[in-house]
Design a protein around this ligand. Sequence first.
Ligand code: SF4
Length: 481
Amino acid sequence: MNKKDYSEYFVKPSLKEAVKRTKTTTEIVKDEYKLDEKYLLGKDKTYFIRTFGCQANLRDEETIAGILELMGYTKSEDITKSDIILLNTCAVRENAEERVFGEVGHLKAIRQINPDVIFGVCGCMVQQESIVEEILKRAPHIDLIFGTHNINRLPELIYQTYMSKERVVEVFSKEGEVYENLPVKRNDSLKAWVNIMYGCDKFCTYCIVPYTRGKERSRLLADIIEEVKCLKEQGYKEVTLLGQNVNAYGKDLKLGYDFATLLEECAKTGIERIRFTTSHPWNFTDRMVDVIAKYDNIMNHIHLPIQSGSDEILRKMARRYTYAEYKELYNKLRDTLPNCSITTDIIVGFPNETEEQFQKTLDAVNELEYDSAFTFIYSPREGTPAAKMVDNVPMEVKKERFNRLVEAVTRSAKKRNEAYVGKVLKVLVEGPSKKNEDVLSGYSEENKLVNFKGSKDLVGKIVNVKITLAKSWTLEGEAIE
Ligand code: SF4
């Protein structure tokens, strides 16, 4: 291979390109995903993927695994005995990046055991120029880097890695298309992730996702419903409809349907359980609330990120709502869906957050009494507007606020859970609990983790469990007829 050919496989990301939004409609690619014989490189070889971050990444792992299996690779549980090892990374927080760099370092020792192994890094982290530069500089043992828009090209990229003996880097920074028909190897046989849309156009000032995942682009409703029907036929009990902001579903297609339509059509398939995540409070329509209330197979749980209780901070975050508007929606959900649990995301220590502004977040948590919350200390993401803000809040102050917030969230979660004692919840039994083999574990319709004693025959079934004890993050109970 000459230098010119190789340069085609050395495409680095550009945040400047990634921020562009020029396409008005979404391009859906429906070609059959067929492999040329030269790509069947995986005979008698194994792969290992380690995924960091959110559900979108877990779902990407399933596509990557599907492609590798089509190439002939089989999954390995032992990283040291794998022929191709991929780190599927997350860029949302700094600590996730640090963990990935730790893992990248650890990989080196595996090459001593297996000199022919291919090491790859993919996912959101490598959509950033600075990270790719850092990997190129700090980790010469990494053979392959590919981005979130390049997954469909994996067979060619692996082929080039074997053939060129050069490092292959291909990270497109583009608005993106929707690829149907990519293979998938699902990690679970009861619960399935279903992508309904990709990317995000909200550009909250702290968030890297619109740069790493591209434009908001929806799959066609008919394709999603077909996938849900297929999953039902295969025996799946639960689907989770995935998108960075599912409420924006359909807007880019301009076909006259929206997320409420999709949710209703999914419910009509009769699959036993439907969940969705994540909902930005901005686009949460009354029709969505009505559809959730109307169908028993749409689960009683809504994840509704608030991020802050302070209007000034919300404005600086470009979240497009005030606390009063958020609270109005929250109360509407609680009134219309009285059995619904509501969880949230909160960021502490946004640049220049004052004690008073933080107090408003604490007040919000105490007032709204969430079922649970993911809480984070703000971490600047290079290339985002917030990363350019001068921050005068010391880390010790942020940590102290974070601890106060966690206390408030734990209190409210415990209080919410206590209200379930004596009630009967429907639990989809996933298997033995991680801590105790004799105890079964699964999630209720409200997304509560429930542990109870019962026969292993119940695994995979939806069981009525009477709640006997509430802890902050789990419930305990006993199965009833
Ligand atoms: S809605 Fe905001 S926080 Fe969520 S993915 Fe989009 S930009 Fe990020």
